[in-house]
Design a protein around this ligand. Structure first.
Ligand SMILES: Nc1ncnc2c1ncn2[C@@H]1O[C@H](COP(=O)(O)OP(=O)(O)OP(=O)(O)O)[C@@H](O)[C@H]1O
Ligand SMILES: [Mg+2]
Length: 310
């Protein structure tokens, strides 16, 4: 499929099962993957590209897959994002591009993107002003709403609280002094909490599972069980549009169903894991991801060939 044998880079701070799956899926398509870490790249204006990527000293990779960005200082993260932005500006296909990562790494940005795209997502308020956050919470409680407070940078259901009173609000120390509050969506079936994870790659849903729990937080890491599931056209379309709304080439989209029976987008993950999805469904997203990347490499090679002629 790819014109000549290609070499790509997979970025992560620690490579494991996902990188291995990608390496072998890519190998079948005649694509070699070098495992690297964004933190080990250098910006060097002595280079025509301005970049030095380990393993690609005098050249650039044919494509990039970002599988993880380690936590770091604002400065470290800025440098890593500079590298991803620049690679995309140099017409290297980057899965997912820095823009998509920025759109999904903080929950407020994702909520805004989904809202502005006109997609169903829970009502959300986010501010760093505590007294403003308190007033918003008070107004919601007066209407009988339950709120969910989450850290802006979420992680596996940790640090999420459900609150119904101002006393509870006052006892919460918002992570980084940033408030992210969302209306609590009562489950479709009382006492049966579940959400759906749909893996979207290149505008198609390649696999889906549901996570069910006795508890309202349905993360696998919080003890939820995963089941293979079929999904409706409505769910597929919502997940595909959510992925487009954050400008991601692939994403793990989480949907929940409200009491009225309609689906709402809870979150879009632009660096999704798929081991749980693989265990539940037998579908390995790595195969689909490798194929999508191969298509992108081919079209970017064709483009640069066209450009070279004129
Ligand atoms: N507004 C809400 N209404 C009902 N349930 C919610 C709501 N927000 C979160 N939940 C439950 O909590 C779980 C975790 O929430 P969320 O996905 O927003 O954060 P996270 O998983 O910690 O973040 P990340 O997935 O980015 O690591 C959801 O899967 C869902 O089960
Ligand atoms: Mg989540």
């Amino acid at each position: 499929m790819v014109m000549s044998s290609s070499q790509i880079v997979i970025f992560n701070d620690t490579h494991g099962w996902h990188s291995e799956q990608l390496v072998s899926a890519l190998q079948k398509l005649n694509i070699t993957a070098v495992l690297s870490d964004l933190a080990d790249c250098t910006i060097d204006l002595d280079q025509p590209t301005g970049l030095v990527i380990p393993g690609f000293e005098n050249t650039l990779p044919d494509a990039v897959i970002v599988r993880g960005i380690a936590p770091g200082s604002l400065e470290q993260i800025t440098l890593r994002m500079d590298i991803l932005h620049t690679l995309a500006e140099l017409n290297v296909p980057v899965f997912n591009p820095a823009t998509a990562i920025e759109h999904t790494v903080d929950k407020a940005r994702t909520s805004l993107r989904l809202h502005l795209a006109g997609l169903n997502t829970p009502k959300t308020w986010s501010t760093e002003n505590k007294s403003l956050a308190r007033k918003i919470a008070q107004a919601q409680f007066e209407k009988g709403a339950t709120l969910v407070i989450k850290p802006l940078f979420g992680c596996m259901g940790k640090g999420i609280e459900k609150i119904t009173t101002l006393k509870q609000f006052d006892s919460i120390q918002a992570v980084g002094d940033a408030f992210y509050m969302q209306e609590y969506i009562e489950p479709f079936e009382q006492g049966h909490w579940q959400d759906w994870r749909l893996m979207v790659i290149d505008n198609k849903v390649c696999a889906a599972m549901s996570r069910r729990s006795q508890h309202w937080i349905t993360n696998f890491a919080q003890g939820a069980e995963c089941f293979p599931t079929t999904v409706s056209e409505e769910m597929e379309q919502l997940a595909i549009k959510a992925t487009q709304a954050v400008q991601a080439d692939y994403a793990g989209v989480d949907l929940i169903r409200n009491q009225g029976g309609s689906y709402t987008v809870l979150e879009v993950n632009s660096v999704p894991a798929w081991k749980g999805l693989f265990q539940a469904t037998g579908i390995n997203a790595a195969t689909h991801l490798a194929q999508a990347l191969a298509r992108r490499i081919t079209s970017s090679q064709l483009n640069s060939h066209d450009n070279a002629q004129y």
